[in-house]
Design a binder for this molecule. Sequence first.
Ligand code: ADE
Length: 240
Amino acid sequence: MKIDIITIFPGMFDSVLNASILKRAVDKKKLKVKIHYLRDFAEGKHLQVDDSPYGGGCGMVMKLEPILKCLKSIRGAKKAKKLILTPAGSLFDQAAAVELSKEKQIVLLCGHYEGYDERVVKFFDGELSIGDYVLTGGELPAMVIVDAIARLIPGVLGNEDSAKQDSFMDGLLDCPHYTKPAIYKKMKVPEVLLSGNHKKINEWRMQEALERTRERRPALFKAKVGKEASKAENRKDGGI
Ligand code: ADE
């Protein structure tokens, strides 16, 4: 997979791409990330990438021309999935990560200032937010998205099952995990995990995941229970 990132802060990506699993993904050639410095596509003495908003108001708006010029310079951009990062976008979640991990090439534009000239939107496939809070720019969200996608690319994680076991992959939060020692200052690991009975262990894990999800994320829980109920209903109908 290739990911092109359009940014005014290219240096922000250095450390993230040079550590841990992302570095391994790049080294194994499962992932190629190319950073495009937006200012390289700006014109005029000051290489301006933003300007004041029409209609007045505070803040600056990212200009249209440098973004479109940059987009034009990116190899394969026409066919790539092109997304803008903005708190006003639709929510990036695990399901979105799974969908994006199937793409060959993705272009991410890191939004800044008070936003971008709305006319750029029609050159992109969508706008994404990583959550209901406002960051200083789209760079951190771009890194979050690259990380979430990269670990889903086959061959990137050491153990293929790790990603399948994640929180959200099954529409539920992950269950708790424990490792050695079995007892630490009177705190014991749940007995069932030491039992060697895999059927029982799996049942315990599912129960814990359900309980956690119900407590911490009631909307997720409701969606999961609803889905399971309609699956059961379909099975029943099919059986008649
Ligand atoms: N830019 C600023 N805040 C953001 C967010 N929450 N998601 C995506 N892009 C952003």
